[in-house]
Design a protein around this ligand. Sequence first.
Ligand code: BV8
Length: 235
Amino acid sequence: MRVFVLTGAGISAESGLGTFRDPGGIWERFDPMKLATPEAFASDPEQVHAFYNLRRRDLLAAEPNEGHRALARLEAALTASGGSLYLCTQNIDDLHERAGSRVVHHMHGELLKARCTGCGAVVEWRGELDVATACPGCGRRGGMRPDVVWFGEMPVGLDEAAMAIETSDLFVSIGTSGSVYPAAGFVDIAREAGVRTAELNLEPSDNAWAFDERRYGPAGEVVPAFVESLLAGRG
Ligand code: BV8
Protein backbone atom coordinates (compact mmCIF):
# COMPACT_ATOMS: atom_id res chain seq x y z
CA MET A 1 0.00 0.00 0.00
CA ARG A 2 1.30 3.52 -0.91
CA VAL A 3 0.29 6.17 1.62
CA PHE A 4 0.78 9.95 1.47
CA VAL A 5 0.60 11.79 4.81
CA LEU A 6 0.47 15.60 5.16
CA THR A 7 1.01 16.93 8.67
CA GLY A 8 0.54 20.39 10.15
CA ALA A 9 1.11 22.15 13.46
CA GLY A 10 -1.60 20.08 15.19
CA ILE A 11 0.57 16.96 15.28
CA SER A 12 3.16 18.86 17.33
CA ALA A 13 0.64 20.55 19.64
CA GLU A 14 0.85 17.82 22.33
CA SER A 15 4.63 18.22 22.25
CA GLY A 16 4.08 21.76 23.51
CA LEU A 17 4.79 23.58 20.23
CA GLY A 18 2.17 26.21 19.41
CA THR A 19 -0.26 25.88 16.54
CA PHE A 20 -0.97 28.94 14.42
CA ARG A 21 -4.70 29.51 14.26
CA ASP A 22 -6.11 27.91 17.41
CA PRO A 23 -7.25 30.22 20.20
CA GLY A 24 -4.02 31.67 21.66
CA GLY A 25 -2.09 30.38 18.64
CA ILE A 26 1.06 31.90 17.20
CA TRP A 27 -0.69 34.05 14.60
CA GLU A 28 -3.03 35.36 17.31
CA ARG A 29 -0.04 36.63 19.28
CA PHE A 30 2.23 37.57 16.39
CA ASP A 31 1.38 39.12 13.00
CA PRO A 32 2.59 36.69 10.27
CA MET A 33 2.92 39.57 7.82
CA LYS A 34 5.41 41.20 10.21
CA LEU A 35 7.35 38.00 10.97
CA ALA A 36 6.99 35.36 8.26
CA THR A 37 7.55 37.20 4.96
CA PRO A 38 10.71 38.22 3.06
CA GLU A 39 9.57 41.83 3.29
CA ALA A 40 9.39 41.59 7.10
CA PHE A 41 12.91 40.16 7.18
CA ALA A 42 14.21 42.92 4.93
CA SER A 43 12.63 45.68 7.00
CA ASP A 44 13.22 44.32 10.52
CA PRO A 45 15.58 41.32 10.54
CA GLU A 46 16.21 41.60 14.30
CA GLN A 47 12.49 41.14 15.08
CA VAL A 48 12.23 38.16 12.72
CA HIS A 49 15.37 36.57 14.19
CA ALA A 50 13.97 37.03 17.72
CA PHE A 51 10.73 35.27 16.69
CA TYR A 52 12.55 32.27 15.24
CA ASN A 53 15.15 32.16 18.04
CA LEU A 54 12.26 31.82 20.51
CA ARG A 55 10.68 29.01 18.48
CA ARG A 56 14.08 27.27 18.05
CA ARG A 57 14.60 27.31 21.84
CA ASP A 58 11.07 25.91 22.38
CA LEU A 59 11.74 23.16 19.83
CA LEU A 60 15.01 22.08 21.48
CA ALA A 61 13.05 21.64 24.74
CA ALA A 62 10.23 19.66 23.10
CA GLU A 63 9.86 15.90 22.59
CA PRO A 64 7.99 13.92 19.91
CA ASN A 65 4.58 12.54 20.92
CA GLU A 66 2.63 9.34 20.20
CA GLY A 67 1.32 10.82 16.96
CA HIS A 68 4.85 11.27 15.59
CA ARG A 69 5.85 7.80 16.81
CA ALA A 70 2.84 6.14 15.19
CA LEU A 71 3.83 7.61 11.80
CA ALA A 72 7.38 6.29 12.25
CA ARG A 73 5.88 2.82 12.87
CA LEU A 74 3.69 3.19 9.79
CA GLU A 75 6.71 4.04 7.61
CA ALA A 76 8.66 1.00 8.88
CA ALA A 77 5.71 -1.40 8.45
CA LEU A 78 4.78 -0.17 4.95
CA THR A 79 8.39 -0.25 3.77
CA ALA A 80 8.87 -3.77 5.17
CA SER A 81 5.82 -5.00 3.26
CA GLY A 82 6.83 -3.50 -0.09
CA GLY A 83 4.66 -0.43 0.28
CA SER A 84 5.67 3.17 0.98
CA LEU A 85 4.93 6.21 3.11
CA TYR A 86 5.50 9.70 1.67
CA LEU A 87 5.57 11.91 4.79
CA CYS A 88 5.18 15.61 3.85
CA THR A 89 5.07 18.13 6.69
CA GLN A 90 4.21 21.83 6.78
CA ASN A 91 6.00 21.93 10.12
CA ILE A 92 9.51 23.31 10.49
CA ASP A 93 10.25 21.22 13.60
CA ASP A 94 12.29 17.97 13.62
CA LEU A 95 9.90 15.94 15.78
CA HIS A 96 9.06 13.47 13.00
CA GLU A 97 12.77 12.72 12.60
CA ARG A 98 13.32 12.45 16.35
CA ALA A 99 10.37 10.01 16.56
CA GLY A 100 12.14 7.74 14.04
CA SER A 101 10.71 8.74 10.65
CA ARG A 102 13.53 8.17 8.16
CA VAL A 103 12.29 10.24 5.20
CA VAL A 104 10.52 13.54 5.94
CA HIS A 105 9.70 16.15 3.27
CA HIS A 106 9.67 19.63 4.86
CA MET A 107 7.67 21.64 2.32
CA HIS A 108 7.97 24.78 4.47
CA GLY A 109 11.63 24.29 5.38
CA GLU A 110 13.37 23.53 8.67
CA LEU A 111 13.84 25.66 11.80
CA LEU A 112 17.11 23.89 12.69
CA LYS A 113 18.73 24.97 9.41
CA ALA A 114 20.00 28.41 8.37
CA ARG A 115 20.61 29.73 4.84
CA CYS A 116 22.98 32.44 3.62
CA THR A 117 21.22 34.92 1.29
CA GLY A 118 24.66 35.77 -0.11
CA CYS A 119 26.14 32.42 -1.19
CA GLY A 120 23.11 30.16 -0.68
CA ALA A 121 24.87 27.84 1.80
CA VAL A 122 22.45 25.87 4.02
CA VAL A 123 23.83 24.74 7.39
CA GLU A 124 22.48 22.95 10.48
CA TRP A 125 21.71 25.65 13.07
CA ARG A 126 20.60 24.90 16.65
CA GLY A 127 21.71 28.15 18.27
CA GLU A 128 20.61 31.75 17.99
CA LEU A 129 20.72 33.62 14.68
CA ASP A 130 21.07 37.38 14.32
CA VAL A 131 22.23 40.03 11.88
CA ALA A 132 25.81 39.72 13.17
CA THR A 133 25.98 35.98 12.44
CA ALA A 134 28.66 35.25 9.83
CA CYS A 135 27.99 32.70 7.09
CA PRO A 136 30.22 29.61 7.68
CA GLY A 137 30.59 29.44 3.90
CA CYS A 138 31.38 32.93 2.63
CA GLY A 139 31.90 34.74 5.93
CA ARG A 140 29.36 37.46 5.04
CA ARG A 141 27.46 38.97 7.99
CA GLY A 142 23.85 40.14 7.94
CA GLY A 143 22.65 37.60 5.39
CA MET A 144 21.90 34.51 7.46
CA ARG A 145 18.17 33.62 7.67
CA PRO A 146 16.13 30.67 8.95
CA ASP A 147 15.86 28.06 6.16
CA VAL A 148 12.04 28.19 6.22
CA VAL A 149 9.44 29.09 3.57
CA TRP A 150 7.76 32.42 4.32
CA PHE A 151 4.44 33.67 2.93
CA GLY A 152 4.95 34.62 -0.70
CA GLU A 153 7.85 32.16 -1.08
CA MET A 154 7.67 28.91 -3.05
CA PRO A 155 7.25 25.79 -0.89
CA VAL A 156 9.74 22.96 -1.42
CA GLY A 157 9.12 19.89 -3.58
CA LEU A 158 5.61 20.68 -4.85
CA ASP A 159 5.91 18.77 -8.12
CA GLU A 160 7.32 15.69 -6.39
CA ALA A 161 4.57 15.85 -3.76
CA ALA A 162 1.84 16.10 -6.40
CA MET A 163 3.27 13.04 -8.20
CA ALA A 164 3.41 11.13 -4.90
CA ILE A 165 -0.21 12.02 -4.09
CA GLU A 166 -1.45 10.97 -7.54
CA THR A 167 0.24 7.56 -7.27
CA SER A 168 -0.93 6.86 -3.70
CA ASP A 169 -3.67 4.51 -2.49
CA LEU A 170 -4.46 6.72 0.48
CA PHE A 171 -4.03 10.44 1.32
CA VAL A 172 -4.10 11.32 5.04
CA SER A 173 -4.12 14.91 6.37
CA ILE A 174 -3.19 15.25 10.05
CA GLY A 175 -3.29 18.28 12.36
CA THR A 176 -3.78 21.03 9.81
CA SER A 177 -6.48 23.69 9.49
CA GLY A 178 -6.38 23.50 5.71
CA SER A 179 -5.97 27.26 5.46
CA VAL A 180 -2.51 27.64 3.92
CA TYR A 181 -1.97 27.02 0.22
CA PRO A 182 -0.75 25.23 -1.75
CA ALA A 183 -0.67 22.55 1.02
CA ALA A 184 -4.41 22.98 1.62
CA GLY A 185 -4.98 22.08 -2.03
CA PHE A 186 -3.28 18.68 -1.77
CA VAL A 187 -6.56 16.95 -0.91
CA ASP A 188 -8.01 18.25 -4.20
CA ILE A 189 -5.13 16.64 -6.09
CA ALA A 190 -5.91 13.36 -4.31
CA ARG A 191 -9.65 13.55 -5.08
CA GLU A 192 -9.06 14.36 -8.75
CA ALA A 193 -6.76 11.32 -8.96
CA GLY A 194 -9.39 9.10 -7.32
CA VAL A 195 -7.27 8.56 -4.20
CA ARG A 196 -9.07 7.71 -0.94
CA THR A 197 -8.75 10.58 1.59
CA ALA A 198 -8.81 10.76 5.40
CA GLU A 199 -8.57 13.66 7.86
CA LEU A 200 -7.28 13.20 11.41
CA ASN A 201 -7.62 16.43 13.38
CA LEU A 202 -8.75 17.89 16.70
CA GLU A 203 -11.79 19.35 14.94
CA PRO A 204 -13.06 19.65 11.34
CA SER A 205 -10.64 21.64 9.16
CA ASP A 206 -11.59 24.29 6.60
CA ASN A 207 -11.78 21.56 3.94
CA ALA A 208 -13.21 18.70 6.06
CA TRP A 209 -15.95 18.27 3.42
CA ALA A 210 -13.32 17.00 0.98
CA PHE A 211 -12.40 13.91 2.99
CA ASP A 212 -13.89 10.41 2.64
CA GLU A 213 -13.05 9.48 6.23
CA ARG A 214 -12.72 11.84 9.25
CA ARG A 215 -11.54 11.06 12.75
CA TYR A 216 -11.41 13.79 15.40
CA GLY A 217 -9.48 13.98 18.65
CA PRO A 218 -5.91 14.65 19.86
CA ALA A 219 -3.27 13.39 17.42
CA GLY A 220 -1.57 11.47 20.25
CA GLU A 221 -4.67 9.25 20.43
CA VAL A 222 -6.24 9.39 16.95
CA VAL A 223 -3.08 8.79 14.89
CA PRO A 224 -1.93 5.60 16.71
CA ALA A 225 -5.48 4.19 16.49
CA PHE A 226 -5.67 5.00 12.77
CA VAL A 227 -2.26 3.46 12.09
CA GLU A 228 -3.18 0.28 14.00
CA SER A 229 -6.41 -0.08 12.02
CA LEU A 230 -4.58 0.57 8.75
CA LEU A 231 -1.87 -2.01 9.48
CA ALA A 232 -4.48 -4.55 10.62
CA GLY A 233 -6.03 -4.18 7.19
CA ARG A 234 -9.14 -2.58 8.64
CA GLY A 235 -8.26 1.01 7.54
C1 BV8 B 1 3.10 30.47 -2.06
C2 BV8 B 1 6.74 28.28 7.71
C3 BV8 B 1 3.43 31.08 -4.27
C4 BV8 B 1 7.26 29.41 8.52
C5 BV8 B 1 4.51 28.74 6.86
C6 BV8 B 1 -3.50 30.14 -3.26
C7 BV8 B 1 -2.47 29.43 -3.89
C8 BV8 B 1 -1.14 29.65 -3.53
C9 BV8 B 1 -0.82 30.59 -2.53
C10 BV8 B 1 -1.84 31.26 -1.90
C11 BV8 B 1 -3.17 31.05 -2.25
N1 BV8 B 1 -3.93 31.84 -1.47
C12 BV8 B 1 -3.14 32.55 -0.64
C13 BV8 B 1 -1.86 32.23 -0.88
C14 BV8 B 1 -0.70 32.80 -0.18
C15 BV8 B 1 -0.31 32.04 1.07
C16 BV8 B 1 -1.46 31.52 1.86
O1 BV8 B 1 -1.84 30.35 1.75
N2 BV8 B 1 -2.02 32.37 2.71
C17 BV8 B 1 -3.10 31.93 3.57
C18 BV8 B 1 -2.90 32.51 4.95
C19 BV8 B 1 -4.40 32.34 2.92
N3 BV8 B 1 0.57 30.95 0.73
C20 BV8 B 1 1.89 31.21 0.58
O2 BV8 B 1 2.37 32.31 0.65
C21 BV8 B 1 2.78 30.02 0.27
N4 BV8 B 1 3.62 30.36 -0.85
O3 BV8 B 1 1.97 30.23 -2.30
O4 BV8 B 1 3.98 30.89 -2.98
C22 BV8 B 1 4.50 31.48 -5.18
C23 BV8 B 1 4.24 31.37 -6.51
C24 BV8 B 1 5.22 31.75 -7.37
C25 BV8 B 1 6.42 32.24 -6.90
C26 BV8 B 1 6.65 32.34 -5.55
C27 BV8 B 1 5.69 31.97 -4.68
C28 BV8 B 1 3.76 29.72 1.40
C29 BV8 B 1 3.03 29.29 2.61
C30 BV8 B 1 4.03 28.81 3.68
C31 BV8 B 1 4.20 29.86 4.73
N5 BV8 B 1 5.00 29.32 5.81
N6 BV8 B 1 5.29 28.23 7.80
C32 BV8 B 1 6.90 29.26 9.97
O5 BV8 B 1 6.46 28.17 10.42
O6 BV8 B 1 7.09 30.26 10.66
S1 BV8 B 1 2.84 28.61 7.01
C33 BV8 B 1 2.35 27.98 8.51
O7 BV8 B 1 0.99 27.63 8.34
C34 BV8 B 1 3.01 26.70 8.95
O8 BV8 B 1 3.78 26.06 7.96
C35 BV8 B 1 1.81 25.84 9.25
O9 BV8 B 1 2.12 24.50 9.23
C36 BV8 B 1 0.97 26.25 8.13
C37 BV8 B 1 -0.43 25.76 8.10
O10 BV8 B 1 -0.93 25.89 9.38
P1 BV8 B 1 -1.34 24.53 10.12
O11 BV8 B 1 -0.17 23.63 10.16
O12 BV8 B 1 -2.58 23.99 9.49
O13 BV8 B 1 -1.58 25.06 11.57
P2 BV8 B 1 -2.91 25.75 12.12
O14 BV8 B 1 -2.60 26.34 13.45
O15 BV8 B 1 -3.51 26.60 11.06
O16 BV8 B 1 -3.91 24.51 12.34
C38 BV8 B 1 -3.61 23.56 13.33
C39 BV8 B 1 -4.67 22.48 13.24
O17 BV8 B 1 -4.35 21.46 14.18
C40 BV8 B 1 -6.05 23.00 13.59
O18 BV8 B 1 -6.99 22.53 12.64
C41 BV8 B 1 -6.33 22.37 14.96
O19 BV8 B 1 -7.70 22.01 15.12
C42 BV8 B 1 -5.49 21.14 14.93
N7 BV8 B 1 -5.00 20.70 16.24
C43 BV8 B 1 -4.68 21.46 17.32
N8 BV8 B 1 -4.28 20.67 18.34
C44 BV8 B 1 -4.33 19.39 17.88
C45 BV8 B 1 -4.77 19.41 16.55
N9 BV8 B 1 -4.95 18.29 15.82
C46 BV8 B 1 -4.65 17.12 16.41
N10 BV8 B 1 -4.21 17.02 17.69
C47 BV8 B 1 -4.03 18.12 18.44
N11 BV8 B 1 -3.60 18.00 19.71
